[in-house]
Design a protein around this ligand. Structure first.
Ligand code: TRP
Length: 332
């Protein structure tokens, strides 16, 4: 039986953090065996907000290395760079004729970007959702693992697919958001406010590239207090967050012990954070070291990109042939 096509794009701006790992990467790794997976680095998308390309190559290679270090396997999934697949640009151009200025201007991320970079409201920013739709539809992907912030884009991709199918005949499945239900873990930030994220407080986010000392420093600075005074009391949010983080990387017995200490008011957050810091280091260090080794191996990365591009172009080429045919763009 043919496997369903799963596809997701990875931003090339910024370093991967623990939130990306547990929120996205880990799921991708699990999907590799059961689906026909396409994962790519969205370097064209980066140009909509980062016109300066001095760092682009480094970022692309780093993101690839980090993703492979986290368990993405180029032998199992098709791993490629967006700009190596010109078919995406062709489909993007064609889909632009089916996308309306009004709906693009109403997109939440577009409105956010207009506020953030009023000096560079370029057409690429406006048509960001069309490019993303092209990314997905070019492989006729059905399942797209994305976070909440991308759901509107995905809905637009469905609309473009539907419009195309309606006007020119059935070519595209309508892509849906896809996640392993229970495994959508939230990774709280270390300062007790919100989730770990690239843009917020850097000291409250653990990056997979952080060195051991920095990890320890960040964890030790996490928000806590002098401990509960009533047995079995509810935990304040920032303490619950610490436990939640600990559950991600520490042994169950360790967490259970601190839970018990909390409930009988003997907990010492200094000790808890020390333990968590060591468990974080044990978790992150091997990934960091593996990513660094892969990043240094340019020959290997070039091979990965080349093999990925070939496979992606084969699938994309087949879709574009269908698209041209359905649109009546086949003249001989
Ligand atoms: N827009 C996505 C993000 O910001 C990245 C992305 C680009 C993507 N193309 C995609 C995600 C296609 C899923 C499918 O995270």
């Amino acid at each position: 039986m043919q496997k369903e096509v799963v596809l997701s794009g990875i931003r090339s701006t910024g370093f991967l953090h623990l939130g990306n790992y547990f929120g996205a990467m880990r799921n991708y790794v699990r999907m590799q065996d059961d689906f026909d997976c396409y994962f790519f680095v969205a370097d064209w998308h980066a140009l909509t907000t980062h016109p300066d390309t001095k760092e682009l190559r480094n970022s692309v290679l780093r993101v690839l290395a980090e993703n492979i270090a986290c368990g993405l396997d180029p032998e199992k999934a098709c791993l490629y760079v967006q700009s190596h697949v010109p078919e995406i640009a062709e489909l993007y151009m064609l889909l632009n004729m089916l996308a309306y200025k009004g709906e693009l201007e109403k997109t939440t991320t577009f409105k956010d970007k207009v506020r953030l970079q009023p000096q560079n409201v370029n057409a690429g920013l406006l048509t960001y959702p069309v490019l993303m739709a092209a990314d997905i539809l070019v492989h006729r992907a059905f399942k797209v693992p994305v976070g909440k912030d991308q759901e509107q884009h995905l809905e637009m991709a469905r609309n473009f697919a539907q419009r195309f199918n309606h006007r020119y005949g059935d070519v595209f499945p309508e892509p849906v958001a896809f996640n392993f239900g229970e495994s959508l873990v939230k990774v709280p930030s270390l300062d007790g406010a919100g989730k770990m994220s690239k843009s917020e407080n850097q000291m409250a986010t653990l990056y997979l590239a952080d060195d051991d000392e920095l990890i320890r420093k960040k964890v030790m600075k996490a928000k806590s207090d002098s401990g509960p005074t009533e047995p079995n009391s509810d935990k304040p949010d920032y303490i619950e967050n610490l436990f939640q983080l600990m559950r991600l990387v520490s042994k169950k017995e360790t967490v259970d012990q601190f839970e018990a200490d909390y409930n009988n008011c003997t907990i010492r957050y200094g000790d808890m954070k020390k333990q968590m810091a060591e468990d974080m280091v044990a978790f992150i260090a091997p990934i960091r070291e593996k990513a660094a080794a892969i990043y240094a191996d340019e020959k290997y990365l070039a091979e990965v990109m080349q093999t990925g591009a070939e496979k992606a172009r084969k699938s994309a080429g087949a879709t574009l042939a269908l698209v041209r045919e359905h649109m009546g763009l086949k003249y001989f």
